[in-house]
Design a protein around this ligand. Sequence first.
Ligand SMILES: NC(=O)c1ccc[n+]([C@@H]2O[C@H](COP(=O)([O-])OP(=O)(O)OC[C@H]3O[C@@H](n4cnc5c(N)ncnc54)[C@H](OP(=O)(O)O)[C@@H]3O)[C@@H](O)[C@H]2O)c1
Length: 289
Amino acid sequence: MPRANGKKKPAAKKLNLMGERSIGRVLITGASSGIGAELAREFAKHGHHLVLVARSEDKLMALAGELNAAHDTECSVVAADLSLPDGPKAVVTALHDAGIEVDILVNNAGIIDVGPFVDTDTEKFQQLVALNVGAVTTLTSYLLPHMLERRFGRILNVASLAGFQPIPSMAVYAASKAYVLSFTESLSEELRGTGVRVTALCPGMTDTNMVTEIKAQSETAQWAPSFLISDPKEVAAEAYKATMSGQTILVPGIPNQLAAAWAQVSPRWVVRTVTGFWARQADWMKTKN
Ligand SMILES: NC(=O)c1ccc[n+]([C@@H]2O[C@H](COP(=O)([O-])OP(=O)(O)OC[C@H]3O[C@@H](n4cnc5c(N)ncnc54)[C@H](OP(=O)(O)O)[C@@H]3O)[C@@H](O)[C@H]2O)c1
């Protein structure tokens, strides 16, 4: 059962955003590690109050303690499994019960699956789609109306460089991130002029548990040169600026920007042939995790 256990305070601190609006709470999913934890640190550094969401309550509590101590900010924690059918709703109910309103939503929680499609359990795909696609859509749907009422809001959806092209050996993951990218771009246009802006963050390989786990199982992944692996702190800092300024798509890092541009200007058959050739060289196409 998820729960909110933020410290009780009589009134939310008013901060100025771009000279006009007070800053509300920022809800960050997948805040217990990696890019999500760095995004939490970045938002806290800028004085935002936070709601941290993931399954690992102990890690969220430790991060909330760190941020409450280091910054003049309030962090609440909601432990929830967002891949469960009622996960996103349980989070929104916990917020409602605690009287917390969210002005900035960061849909960051996500999982990956690498290897031949046929070798993966159906349940793993169900979980991946429920989290990477379902929870992003559902939380946005629940929280957007309040932002529209206030005529202010920001939504940061963590997509991926993988969203720009099909990737054989990561078929479902890449498709889930293509969804997030397309969803973000559509909403960004739908919401023009409303005061709510939507941003897709599309990182390339970033030094988090996700990459550590892939490297532990694959020699191919270990060959990735270090200049291709981004620092999650730097990704979070860029993402913060893009979110607050209302930029629609952010691809951090020049090598990743070149890769995204190549995928967008090349014919689709060329892109899938190249990614297919690359995937067939990888050891994860031969041995499944
Ligand atoms: N690292 C990369 O190279 C890379 C590149 C492009 C995009 N991304 C995207 O960046 C996002 C963050 O990933 P990361 O690299 O920071 O990996 P990470 O360190 O593994 O973080 C994943 C986060 O998602 C949470 N999570 C996983 N399953 C969940 C569930 N069922 N319900 C709620 N929370 C759940 C995890 O917390 P709990 O386990 O505590 O629930 C954790 O906080 C993902 O969307 C990923 O696709 C990563």
